[in-house]
Design a protein around this ligand. Sequence first.
Ligand code: GLN
Length: 549
Amino acid sequence: MAKHIFVTGGVTSSLGKGIIAASLAKLLQARGLRVTIQKFDPYINVDPGTLNPYEHGECYVTEDGAETDLDLGHYERFLNIFTSQSNNVTTGRIYQTVINKEREGAFLGKTVQVVPHITDEIKRRMLLLGTTGQYDIIITELGGTVGDIESLPFIEALRQLQWELPEEDTVVVHLTLIPYLKAAKELKTKPTQHSIKMLSQEGVHPDIIVCRTEKTLTPDLRRKIALFCNVKQEAVIEAADAPTIYEVPLAMMREKLDLICLKKLNITDFHEPDLQKWKEVLDKLKYPKSQVTIGLIGKYIELQDAYKSILEAFVHAGALNECKVQIQNVHSEFITPENVGEKLANLDGLLVAPGFGHRGVEGKILAVKYARENKLPFFGICLGMQMAVIEFARNVLGLKDAHSTEMNKDTPDPVIDLMEEQKAVTSKGGTMRLGAYSCETIEGSLARQIYNKEIISERHRHRWEFNNRYLNQFQEAGMITSGKNVESQLVEIVELPSHPFFIGVQYHPELKSTVENPHPIFVNFVKAAKEYTEKKATVKNPLLQSEMI
Ligand code: GLN
């Protein structure tokens, strides 16, 4: 049986519970322990797949095809392990399970109630991964903020578990905010005191308090928090704002967060943390030797969380290339034939983002055209790949009204069409083509060169696909399909061999990029952008050009 660390949050949302949980997990993993993280979300959606990215940020897809919270992306990126359906549980899923059981007659004769039936199901899920024998420690992040109505059953389940499990099997870490009042020139502990009080009223007492703060916590302040909140002074941990999230494990190590947890859990079998590779990446991140600007063309750009995994994949790929990747967000809705050149002029590479629905697609198509014609490195993901196909159909094949049937049901040339298996699907949640599928890359292609492998496996989240009816037309005109799923013949990768770097993928490579294993397409795309900018410099500067000769 594994031991458990629970992470709760107080005062406000967006304090970065996911990053703290992932950082702690990283440290424990670096000390030789087998760790995983799970997230419990208090909303009633069965999973976040049906949520608009504006509401909840990106929907992260696991290998086994679960549509999950974006924090699972952080867990995978930090730990370099796969998570699964079991790592993300919502109130909706808990209730669904209990209600289904009730209908099956599992509670015959009984009144089904929040306590004990809902809390029993929460506890069962909290302990589930720990019973597999695969882990020494399970970190459970409780979504929401203490005091919210919806998180009550989760806190109650945690209260019960704290009593039911041996004392040395659980640790509760509470993440809170210590705001700095400029006018008073002071850090304030009152909101934290209230948050701990609220948690205590609900029957849970934290062992460790992690304080998000803009300024250093003085020993006096730590003493005060310890005194008012009933924890040892060494268990008051400072989590100051960091220049990158990947610094946080090191900051937590300096504060001994991992050691305090291990002590409480009575775990003695661990070694000094091996963070060699992690630190190397951080060094490269801190001291880049070059810089490129990549345009991110999307319609959710106001909310950075909507493209979280893509942005992080660029951080990983940038570090490997020792290159700072500057992201320039370009709202696809505002790109017009008149302004496209001006909007994209300073870019060294262009990424067209995934998405759904017709809003902003014409701008995406214009951006692809610009990249194709100007030999600007291009990378299209999912909808971005579909846009590249439509652009090619319209402007190279001359199929003026070509489109995806997602946007125009009556297009005369449905070069992107609904997958056959999707035609009978009516319900929305969890019904797309989801999770890992394999793909065969063809010899001599850019894809094969990038992956250096014949069979690859990537994660998916889509309903539409390249229409194979048009395959010959595309190939003859110079857009090749360099990757396909062998069983279904579904086109997974398209590219333009006549272009220095032009690749569109139906899957989501960003979901598999981790700090220690950056994704090869992102790595090669950044490399292509670097080459593009170097070439630009030589063209602009004839002196450099003659030196080159
Ligand atoms: N809307 C497109 C489809 O369902 C693309 C989805 C995506 O970009 N994730 O096929």
